[in-house]
Design a protein around this ligand. Sequence first.
Ligand SMILES: [Zn+2]
Length: 347
Amino acid sequence: MLIFHNPAHARHDGRQEMYRGRLVPCHETPARLQHVMDELQRRPVGALRTPGDADGALIRRVHAPRYVDFLASAWDEWVALDPANAALDVLPSVWPVRGFRADVLPANFAARVGLFSFDAGSPLTAGTWEAARTGAACAIDAARALLPGGAPRATMALTRPPGHHAGPDFFGGYCFLNNAAIAAQALRDGGARRVAVLDIDYHHGNGTQSLFYERSDVLTVSIHGDPATEYPFFLGHADEHGAGEGFGFNLNLPLAAGTDFMRWSAALDHALAEVRRFGAEALVIALGVDTFEGDPISRFRVASADYLKIGAAIAALGLPTVFTMEGGYAVAEVGINVVNVLEGFGS
Ligand SMILES: [Zn+2]
């Protein structure tokens, strides 16, 4: 397995997020990725690589160019408004909900932050763009390393910030560029006719679903906490099947908070059967380990040893596979759980 890790990830280091009515220290921290790197030193299940330059044109085909331009310049604009802003993170406070216009780009900076986001939990910092763009480079290189079919059978984009909540033109859920979607598009561009994205993070992969909702060449499947009670709340229900040409190519498997591994793995079996039925030629796994029983912001009951079985079940599909690193906030166990998936998958 080839593992592309992001040497710029720690440049994204938010100070605070809005969480249940208070500003609290960010859950999504550089230590998360460091624990995975440390575990990979103990158990070298793959060879580590750093990515080349990001393919900016590919990023701008997945995400709206005006959104990408905003991310690239947002920090400089923020500090130009007031040099004292350099000591603060950018957090949105106003959003264009139903009935407002999204087609007109506001001149006001705070309005643009709101236009391009959907929550106040995702601080944008001095190094966010560099970290996100280098993370996208990891995803692109991980996808391209698989092509044309053969060895290696699996690669990983080991990066943060995560990506699966980022949509065509918005950030949120700690995500800015959708690494799983970018990897899927790179696989399509490289010749895979049908690509499946399977999201096993605790939270629904709303960004990935939205990006491919009207396409039949990329199947999106997500197993997640029921959005009736769990973030991101406004997408991820079982009746979202895709639209237009994409109808029938999105599958959501929401599960109640408290679900144990036995019931969770039955959903995984369902998801894997759907990927097989679709005839995927390549697979992207949006790998979140916030399904872990000790996760501080999630409520499934998957144990560390179960992640070995998850990796083995995914490997049984026999597909070229890109893993992208998504959530997981029980910081000390993130490394063990991620590397368990990779070890279970095998080389
Ligand atoms: Zn998550």
